[in-house]
Design a protein around this ligand. Structure first.
Ligand code: SF4
Length: 214
């Protein structure tokens, strides 16, 4: 199912442009800054950091919290996010940088990321998948909603079970990242909290749609 889903969404929605050309650290920062806001707000904050030449682990670890908070204001919750971003930069620095962290096995790296303040499973998996190119699927609100609607039996799955199921069916990092990005695009356009099923490329395999039509 995940492979079919990827192919159908790719054919209909095209290749997502997420984080194309972004550095590894930009993705890490973006993953934290996007929490509880839109991607465009987080992107504005990342852009400011880039313009101020602050997108290095050392610069983020060293900058004063209040100054960082002011710079990332467009991303919202900026004081908390500034503290967390600095914490994450210090964590990376204390491990010898991103390249050294990248030598860790995925499960170890995931555990270490999850131990950092403000890094929950979704953020950890975005960092693992997009910044470190690990084969992990990001279970977020879009994914949960879509899979539950496509097949009601998946409503009872925990996030971990859903993640495992998708990763089993689609075991490479590139496809998993692409599937996640496509699910987000699809969720914004069609499978919203109040779904717009008209023209949805997945309606022929969607239990929710079949029930609504019957
Ligand atoms: S048919 Fe409707 S409910 Fe089903 S996946 Fe598409 S938008 Fe979501």
């Amino acid at each position: 199912l995940p492979r079919e889903l990827l192919e159908t969404l790719r054919a209909q929605l095209g290749l997502p442009q997420w984080w194309q050309g972004a550095s590894q650290l930009e993705i890490v920062a973006g993953a934290l800054l996007v929490q509880r806001t839109t991607w465009s707000n987080a992107a504005r904050a990342v852009e400011t950091l880039r313009d101020r030449a602050l997108l290095s682990v050392d610069a983020l670890a060293a900058i004063e919290s209040n100054e960082l908070a002011t710079l990332i204001r467009p991303a919202g919750f900026y004081r908390t996010k500034a503290t967390r971003l600095k914490g994450l930069a210090r964590f990376i620095a204390s491990h010898g940088g991103l390249a050294t962290l990248d030598t860790l096995p995925t499960d170890v790296l995931r555990r270490q990321l999850l131990a950092q303040p403000g890094v929950g499973p979704e953020t950890a998996d975005v960092i693992l998948g997009y910044a470190f190119g690990r084969a992990v699927f990001v279970v977020d609100a879009y994914a949960r909603r879509l899979f539950e609607r496509l097949d009601g039996s998946q409503a009872g799955l925990s996030d971990g079970e859903l993640k495992e199921r998708i990763e089993r069916g689609l075991p490479d990092a590139e496809s998993l990242n692409e599937l996640h990005s496509l699910i987000v695009s699809h969720g914004k356009r069609y499978c919203r909290s109040k779904p717009c099923c008209d023209g949805c490329p997945l309606s022929d395999r969607c239990q929710y749609f079949a029930l609504e039509e019957s």
